[in-house]
Structure formats: structure tokens, C-alpha cells
Design a protein around this ligand. Sequence first.
Ligand code: CDP
Ligand code: MG
Length: 746
Amino acid sequence: NFRSSLSSTPKKSNGHGGGSGSHTKLKRRLSLIDSDECAASKGHGNGFPSPNGTINGRPGSKKMRLQSARDAERSPAKGHKRQAPVKEQREKLPIALGRDAIVEEIRRNDVTILVGETGSGKTTQVPQYLLEAGIAGDGVIAITQPRKVAATSLAARVAVEQGVPVGGLVGYSVRFDESTSNSTRIKYVTDGMIIRELLSDELLSKYSIVIVDEAHERTLRTDLLLANLKSIIKRRNAGEGTSKGGKEKGRAQRTNPLKVVIMSATLDAEKFSKYYGNAKVLYVQGRQHPVTIYHTAASQQDYVDSAMRTFYQIHTDWPPGDVLIFLPGQEDIENLEKSVELYSKRLPVDIPGVAVLPMYAALPPNQQSAIFAPAPHGMRKCILATNIAETSITIPGIKYVIDTGKCKEKRYISRDTGTGFDTLLTKDITQSSAMQRAGRAGREGPGYCFRLYTEDAFKSMPLSAEPEIRRVTLTSSLLQLKCLGQDLEKLDFIDKPEQDSIASALATLYLLGALDDSKSLTPLGRTMAHFPLEPTYARTLAASFEHGCPSEILSILSVLSASSKLFIDNTDTREAASESRSKFRAVSGDHMTILNIVKAYEEIREGKGHEKGKAGRREWCKRQFLNERCLSEALEIRAQLRGVCERMKMDWTVSAGEGNDQPVLKSLLSGLVNQAAFLQADGSYKQIMGPSIVKIHPSSSLCDKKVPVILYDELVYTSQIYARGVSAISRSAVQELAVFKRRHSD
Ligand code: CDP
Ligand code: MG
């Protein structure tokens, strides 16, 4: 079952590897009727067939109800209600068969590449195998993940398997959240966090093994890490005389060698192997069952609605088994969650209930565990996930996958055509993603994947995604590399970044004052790199110390850095929301309003006011149309940032005092100088540093106001370009800015 090979080509397995025609066990049937017909709400599904061969069973029909009732009795939910003990679960994983071979290869080689299907046990087992085999010596084993939620939930799982609390032997470290101790030996980290660690420990000397997981995703930070690990291996594992420090150092360093393991769920591992001097590639054979794939006959206009109808077709027509729905982002997930729940309340009593569970990056940790637990008795789980469930997280019990064919992708929009920032755009997935998504249905038995797009659409998808380094802003990475004394242009990346992209990052850092005329790091730039914030926000924070208002800025930046939005904003409730929030409104606009809200929320947390306890706080937030999750996360982020300031001996308690907006706004402007615009004669605003014409978003408290200059958090693209999160600033504040003076004296 396990093959270790360097030269032989890996056997393609179901659900993986990309190409459409190569998966013999994947039957593909086209739906039999035009889905447009059903979309007109008289039908129920999307033209997908029923298991008994009929099409579009309606939930009200007698026959179907009987069938579903019977299904409920022999619900598989019962089956995995009593989960096997973890030890048994571990031994049953496909990777367990390869345990000895994996351990042996890693013991022998500095760099090993491990490829295996999602769910085979790579992420959870390999670190434990290495620890148990004593290969890590006294060092720590780090496992990197592109996503925060994956790192925290995997650490939780492995802690359970080891029978220890999280933060002991098994811990994690992600931005704004850490749970580790001196006894931690297995540490799940985000790729961003380990890069940050390079700043204080450039040889990553406390780690004896670094496992780069999900390498196929090719995030910018993974690529950056791979490049650094390549040189760290050379330095830590070099023989005498070959290391920079000469003989003595060379000998000393060999006592603490580094092992690198690169793990990937897709088969294109040759690239990693070549990059690391033909490193050994190991393949773990998964246990993939056949997955039947259906496509719609016509493309779907509204994929959220289409997903809902397909789910209920499955729920009422098909045998038991949980459903996983892939959606692009949190917003769609929340919308679908609402409609699935609403509909489930109207189901006839003899139809099993539905447990709807969302899974996305910003999901609070306490809600994550429900995803992995079996569905409540007789119910069907309906999991709504982003592409996080594609390869990084495996959810047991899934038999059906509904794939909207969409994901969100970060992409840099150049200053000439738009924002000059990374923007998250909803776009079509790749063939490789589509196959991964389908594969999730066949982990425990034969499964079914319902694609909400046509077969032609699938065929026209790109095979795999472009690496992030080719499409996102390099500003933050460039700053970190400068601090490490490295040059982005000279670093040995798997794929080189574009020259334009480097130039733009250099320009931004120069504008922020992090680099000087000769592209060298300034002391300000070094300070900025210490804050775990994007360079724009880091500049704002640095400026707040000059302007005497770090206390205020930390509160505002914490809210802006939270993973969910503060204001619950939709067109229907906008007026009511504006009304009830008016007491917090600041004359200067949204940023000072945020500050007032944070202060009010803190008072409630401290027990001042009528609202008592958690429920009271939640009720209070609801009344003002505020997202409590954002506020509580912001307070945690703020505590972390205050800690960073303390370690840097910077006094964050300094405050500008009540009602003193100007220093706060000036600090914000220092960082957000690219995000400011002048009023024009027609009432619109023109960017100071860019060509775009923007309007103030209707959700802003400055919406109907005309002020000489605005400063904004982000641009929203609809029929026109809107600035969201807006404050008014004075012309003189702009003219005082060094960059502005420089630009106008040129
Ligand atoms: O990394 P890979 O995709 O190969 O697999 P893994 O993440 O190590 O998952 C191995 C097994 O652990 C799967 O069967 C998961 O369902 C299970 N697991 C779990 O039950 N709970 C978690 N929080 C994480 C994984
Ligand atoms: Mg994994």
C-alpha cells in the first residue's frame, strides 16, 4: 500500500492529479434535464438525478418521505456515533502502513518530500512518528500551515491523540494567538509565524525538524520559507569549512542539524524535489473510494441558491451521509446557513433534521470542534466550508460534496488600474481544486459530487493555480527580507516574482518611510517589521508614538485587523443600524466612531452599565448592529500588540485625551497615505496617490458629507468604486506629510 520511489512515476489515484479524463473510477454523468427548468422554483434540485433513477424528487412526495424516514432509522450517524478510541483510529489511517519507511527515510535524508492524499494522516501523524522515533533530538518539530484555523484545530487533534492538553507537549503559534510552553515539542504554526521567527532567530535553531505542509498551495509565505530553509540547511548542516563561520562554527553547527519535510496533497512534487537538489519523494497511497461526479446541464446564475436546492434534493432523495458544500467565502456561507436553516424548520416531521455547520478562516475556535463531532442522533450534517476543507482539514462522515466551483483569490490590483492593494476576488476554481473537492466525498466509502457547473466549464478551468508570489503584493515580505539582510530579487525562489511587483513593493515601502533613497532599511522600517501588522498599519502604529496617541491607535487597528467586520451592514437594516449607532458617531468619521464603540464595549465588559455577562454583551451588540465576535477578537489582538510594544520598550499607554481627534487621524494618514482622496467639484473624491475616482460608501457615517480630504480603510467595487471606513482629515495634515512634500517638490 505504501510506495517509496524516487524515479518511478506515481500512480494517479482517484480525485487527484488534475486532468479530467484520467480518472477511470470517476464516473461522470450529465444531468438529464435542463437545470434552468428547475431553477424556476417549480422544481426542487438542479436537474441532478435521484439515486433511484428518477429526477428531481420533490420533498413533499409520499414515496420520498417514506424512504427518508427509513433512512433515518439506519442513519450512519448512528454508525459513527461511537467513535473508535483514538489509538485505533490512528492505526487505521492509510499512512500507518508506511510509518517505518517514512521514519527511516527522514532519518537518512536532510530533505524529504511526502505526497499523500488528503486524509491519509500526513499532518497529524508524521510529527508524532518523528517524535516517538526520537529523530527530533532535543529540538522542536514545527509543522507549518497556510491557515490559522488549520494550525489551531490540528494542534487540538494531535493533543487529544497524545492525551495531553494543548500548549503542553503539543502546541500552536499563529498571529495574535499562541499556546506553547517550554515542554512543547510538536508545534503547529502558520507559515507567516515561522517567517516572523526568522527575525529573532535566523537559523531557526530551536527547531530540529521543520515540516512544510500544504506546500502545493504555494502561498507567498510558504515559498519564502522554502527559500530560507534551503539556505538554513546549507548553514546548519554544512560540513567543516563549507559554512560561513569557518571550521569552528561548522563543527558546532553540525551538532544541531535541520531536517526539512515537505508535504503536499497533489502529485506535482517533482518541482519541490528538483528545487532541493533531487530530494527523495515518498508517496503514501490513500484509500480513495469511487466518487460519482455530476455536472449541471446549464451554468447556474446564483450558486448559493443552487447549492441550497441541491442540498435539499440530497437530503430528501439520497441515503444518509453528511454533505460538504464548498463556497467561496464567509459571506456566502452565512447566507446559505440562514436559508438552509430556515428551510429545515419547514421540513415535514418525518424527514430527518439538518445540522448546519460553517467552516471558514474566521470561525472562532470553540465552534470548530462541532465540525468533527458526529451529527446529533438521526440528523444529517451539512457543512458549509471555504477551500479550507479542500486539503488542509478532513471532516469525517462526508458522502456528498456540492461544489459551487468558486473560491476567493487574493490578487494584487495595480495602482494604475485600481487600488494598489491585494483584493479578494471571487473566481472560478482550478481543475486540481475541483478534483480535490470531489475526492472529499470518497474517503469512507463510495461518494457523490454535485458540481454546480457544466462539464464544459470544468474542462475550461485552468489545471492548477498560479503561485501566490506571482499575483500578490510583496510589500510585507520585502520588508521582512530587508530586516534579514536579504534581497528579494536575489533570493532563490521556486518561482521568481515579477519585476513590476518588486518595484511596486519598493515604492510603497519608500512612501511609508521604511526604505531610504538607496533602498536601504531605515530605523523606522526596522521598527515597523517588529509589529505583526501589514506595513501600512505598522507605519500608523509607529506614527502614533510620535503623535502621542498609541493607546487610541491600538484600539482602532485591533478592530481593523480582526478577521470579521465590526459593523453588521446590509441594505435592509442600514437605517435602523445608523439610528442606533448614532450615539457613538464621531464628527470626523468612522475611525473615531470605532474608538468610541471599543470604549463603550469595554465598559460593558467591565460590568459598568445594565448589560450583565456574556448574554448581556451579545444583546447590546445586537441592538447596535455590531458584531460581537469582532470586538472580542479585537481586544485579544490589542492585548497581543500591547505586549509587542512592551517588549520593544514603547509606552503604549500614552493617550491624546478625550475628543482630541487630530493626532489619531494624522497617525492613520501616515500609514494609509495611499488610501486618501481629495474632494472634487462634483462631490466625488480623487485619490491623492492614484488615479481612481471614489465615492463614500453608504454605510459610512460621512456618507452624505462633503469634506476636503478623506481617508479610507478599503475600496469596494460594485457599479462604482466606493471607499468604506472613512474619516475626514484636514488639507494641512496631508500637506505636512513628508512624502507629500517630497512628491510635490519633485
Ligand atoms: O494531512 P492529511 O490530509 O493526510 O490527514 P490528517 O489531517 O492528518 O488527518 C488524518 C485523520 O485525522 C483524518 O481521518 C481526519 O478526519 C482526522 N482528524 C480528526 O478527526 N479531527 C481533526 N481535528 C483533524 C483530523
Ligand atoms: Mg494535511
